[in-house]
Design a protein around this ligand. Structure first.
Ligand code: PEP
Length: 241
């Protein structure tokens, strides 16, 4: 299984930031066999970032509308993303779930919309601090309800992101990462008879990336804060070899 290194810039950037980031990252970047690098900037910067990076670095989106087109002010459809050469979209990030109240059912309908246009979905799941005693129950429920009927399995990547570890500097222990990854992998295998790529996310930094990427069942990382620094993000990209 190849390794995926995915950057999520969240709502950070400007035109000059994009230019500087792309210049520095492009100078450092050498495509590594068996690795995929995907950067997800805010929507207005997708085209400009895409044009400034080597083809081997893919540019993805952080969200998508569940509807195909029409009167949905402020939303962006999967067809529009595809039209802008986007192949990957993050769906169900914990910030979408908690700040914007996205339910598993809405997330499942976004997955359907994205896959209808051929996009590969990076589906985020993970427990909150309050749910830590019930991790497996929470993960099972998210897997059951965020993955729609008729899912295209070869266009689905799962990101396990314990919510308490996102942007906090608090990383799950390697044992906990392996335990949750094994649970998710087994659950998915039982349900769909397939081994899906499974990423870890939550305060991944250059200093812990190699250990995390070497954990059993970890097929890559979803990186928030550290992806804003092109040098740090490149160190994380290079840490998996
Ligand atoms: C994220 O936004 O998905 C994330 C994991 O953020 P951070 O790396 O900053 O914890």
């Amino acid at each position: 299984m190849k390794k995926y290194i995915v950057g999520n810039w969240k709502m950070n950037a400007s035109q000059s930031f994009v230019q500087r980031w792309a210049k520095t990252f492009s100078e450092l970047f050498v495509p590594l066999e068996g690795q995929e690098c995907i950067v997800c900037p805010p929507l207005p910067y997708i085209a400009c970032l895409s044009a400034s990076l080597p083809d081997a670095v893919r540019v993805g989106a952080q969200n998508v509308c569940e509807a195909p087109d029409g009167a949905f002010t402020g939303e962006v459809s999967a067809r529009m993303l595809k039209d802008c050469d986007v192949d990957h979209v993050i769906i169900g990030h914990s910030e979408r779930r908690s700040i914007y109240g996205e339910s598993n059912e809405l997330i499942a309908s976004k997955v359907v919309a994205a896959q209808k246009e051929g996009l590969t979905v990076i589906l985020c799941i993970g427990e909150t601090l309050e749910q830590r005693d019930d991790v497996e129950k929470v993960l099972a429920s998210q897997l059951d309800h965020s993955i729609p009927e008729g899912i295209v399995l070869d266009k689905l990547i799962i990101a396990y992101e314990p919510v308490w570890a996102i942007g906090t500097g608090q990383v799950a222990s390697l044992e906990d990462i392996e335990k949750s990854h094994k649970f998710i992998t087994d659950y998915v295998m039982k349900k769909f008879q397939v081994r899906l790529p499974l990423l870890y996310g939550g305060s991944v930094k250059p200093g812990n990336a190699a250990d995390i990427l070497n954990c059993d069942g970890v097929d890559g990382v979803l990186v928030g804060g550290a992806s804003l620094d092109p040098q740090d993000f490149h160190k994380i990209y290079s840490a998996s070899v």
